[in-house]
Design a protein around this ligand. Sequence first.
Ligand code: CMX
Length: 436
Amino acid sequence: MAQILKDRLREKIEAHRPRTTRLLKEHGDKKIGDVTIAQAIGGMRGVKSLVTDISYLDPFEGIRFRGKTIPEVMAALPKPEGKDYPYVEGFWFYLLTGDVPTKEEALTIVDEFKKRRDVPQYVIDILRAMPRDSHPMTLFSAAVLSMQRESKFAKFYAEGFNKMTAWEPMFEDATDLIAKLPSVAAYIYRMKYKGDIHIPSDDNLDLGGNFAHMMGLAEPYDDVARMYFIIHADHESGNVSAHATHLVASALSDAYYSLSAGLDGLAGPLHGLANQEVLKWIQNVMKKMDGKLPSEEEMKKFVWETLNSGQVIPGYGHAVLRKTDPRYMAQREFALKHLPDDPIFKFVSRLYDVVPDILREQGKAKNPWPNVDAHSGVIQWHYGLKEYDFYTVLFGVGRAIGVLANITWDRALGYPIERPKSLTTDMLEEAAGIKK
Ligand code: CMX
């Protein structure tokens, strides 16, 4: 058991519960916003109706994890010797508790994950039985769902549910899942793209290092993995993957059912799948240009062609952000340091030069700036991970950390089953005064 983390988490939960109880009992009728007809029809954009303390997304500043920006998180958390990015295991500790772990504490979680990372044989059998041309996200989500029989929460519920301690088996399931996901992802990758030749995990390595090793990718890919999983972990709870995970968990479904649902949402092209779409788009342009970097004028032409054909520019725009995504900037800084001359990086930079002005000129997108997905493929491609339909799985491994921290806390605070209210179009027309 991850005892240090579990004990710390218990302290935090016990200190936090009275805050939620008091808000509900004494201030439950205070308003935090009104809902407009546009919000009801338009995907509930901006409706304040979710609570999470794991991260907060400011439209202009971007994400803060437990109050810290991405650069602050990277600077504060303990790192493996000689590495630029922190232990993912320490980040899990931090997201759950809000406390920056010592290196010793982070290493306890490293050890804990090592004990839990083996994937049951039946999961491998299921993956092997699925058509080899299934999308990697389908394989990934199916693998997560297939492990549901391992759920400690489901067992706990079947044996008699206790609301006060329900977070404990949820935490156990979450820990099991985060430990296993890199092994599942690497298995899918090697099965699908690397001749079905697999690399066993190395017990001397942390999660990021071992993932790079199992993927067969050399240093500094270990640091790429650490950075990538951390920056993708959480983006408040209203985005599709986080919200889907939270929604399913609210029915007292366990972490396996919930995460699988979240991953299914992540696989949509307007959400996590955009990272593969960006690379696909760039490859198309590269083919048309015979590998040559387009001039600004030529690039503008390609962007307009995409818009005029009714498609979105993948990697640009956001439902909440109104400036360049700090997750984009974190990757851009990495690229400037490690791969400034990479031809695809130059493509991505040229896009950054032209797309915001074009989207402004088109006048539709509320945010013309790049999001995380505009940059993530370049670094993967540079280090040899060129199978871009795998990129969303990498996003999924990272996203799991945030959404599983969230649903552990959902259980701790006893959040109820989610059930917003629907209205009919007639009712909206009545509210608008169009119809009596
Ligand atoms: N290219 C072209 N048009 C865009 C656009 C883009 N990148 N972003 C938004 N628009 C359009 C929308 O399609 C919408 O058009 P309609 O009025 O014709 O329906 C209009 O601008 C208004 O949209 P919005 O309010 O600015 O954006 P939403 O909150 O509705 O959607 C998002 C947000 C991310 C889905 C959208 O910006 C988009 O489709 N971007 C491209 C896909 C992408 O990069 N997704 C990844 C987001 C990050 C992640 O979750 O991983």
